[in-house]
Design a protein around this ligand. Sequence first.
Ligand code: NAD
Length: 485
Amino acid sequence: MPNEALATISDQYDLWIDGTERPAGTGDRLAVVDPATEDPLTEVAMGAADDVDDAVETARDAFEPWHRRPPKERTRVLTAIAAAIRDESDRLARIETLENGKPLAEAAEQVERAARHFEYYAGVADKIQGESIPLGEEYVDYTIREPLGVTAHIVPWNVPIYLFARSVAPALAAGNAAVVKPAEETPLGALELARLATEAGLPEGLLNVVPGYGHEAGAAITDHPEVDGLTFTGSGPTGTAVAKSAIENVTETHLELGGKSPNVVFPDTDWEAALDGTMTAIFTNAGQVCSAGSRLLVHEEIHEEFVADLLERVAALDVGPGIDDADMGPLVSESHLEKVQKYIEIGRAEVGEPATGGSVLERDGYFVEPTVFDEVPMDTRIAQEEIFGPVLTVTPFADEDEAIELANATDYGLVAGVYTENVGRAHRFAREVDAGQIYVNEFFAGGNETPFGGYKASGIGRENGVQAIDNYTQVKNVCANIGRR
Ligand code: NAD
């Protein structure tokens, strides 16, 4: 069983508080399991409320000197963290693949995105500027953007290293101190990044990681009166519960939640680009992507031919362990596999047999076939609910108006893709569709620099880009009467 990759993982991991490792107060540990083999990889300390208290207190102490230092010092430290991530990128990518299951090439991309994120916010850290507001000659008025203080970050399992970086990098850049709770299934990447950041020169106590169960460590963070800002990335039901609890302490809360995003193909499209985009949209990370294009809407004129070509591509997908760099890896856990299987059964009951896929692979690991349901009415559960697996619904439409209506016909509004060579149509679509990001002729177009977040039930707030700094700062207005002599 041990292979080269396993040598990249320590025998056991502890919490990371105040720049060092320590066991959980309860002594509890949980096995981290390789979803491609079902074998345990290592054991991780599981923190609870007392550990969260320690982490928050440590962060509070570290916050004071950090936010008073010249911003250019934050720029230097974040730059060093980006370099440290790049130096260990192969190892980090293997860790992401082993604990999450995604193909190695995808993991490598996400690790590079994490490094780029620290690099990007290193550049932003010394440009967080206020405004001067004209009130007439008797006053001088200006604003200052100040950090919140201690920010907490609750992270899901689907892209653990990048999603850690996505909210921690802007929080640190803005002068905050952070406490992170990674998902139970995938705590290793967060612990590795916290160690790397400390080694790269981040002052101790500024970045603390408390792995633990959502209902224990997660709830303790959410309820904590000393947490000043909370970024929750995860499912809608947990996110709304978390927000209700955080509001009790008037904690500034941002929610990055799920999606059921449309990918719309018109006849006047670059055929190959649309097929590539449709495949990437739903089968990246085995569909475990918040912004997955899980609803393909295709014009009725090309519906039959497009689906036929799509099914050929799906048949050619190599499904296997991510560490062998298959095209598609396993789902993250047994319970998640059961959830996806349940949705496939719901789909069978609602619309009949899938056009392809629908079965669990008979091998170790949590593998499910890439699955496509065709001719799916929009009022079915498989078209409305986030499945978070490699399950695509296909729905034909007659014209642009109907495409827009169908695109908007769920509670979610995270992203939307459109494939057309008609510039006017692309921009009408962008204007009319309720989603935080619109992709024209390339699904997932954009990146670290472009604001990302949900309309409707997909969330509150924006990550990425300079906009993310709004999540991690508060505005102070200073108004001085200078009229009296
Ligand atoms: P989840 O809501 O079950 O868990 C997310 C995190 O919340 C985990 O760390 C978990 O331990 C923690 N948690 C669970 N219960 C908690 C509680 N009571 N209090 C505090 N924390 C608690 O979500 P998941 O299944 O891990 O992740 C998948 C979901 O995340 C999908 O819906 C996906 O769309 C969403 N997601 C959204 C984005 C985005 O940027 N919008 C990105 C990635 C994933």
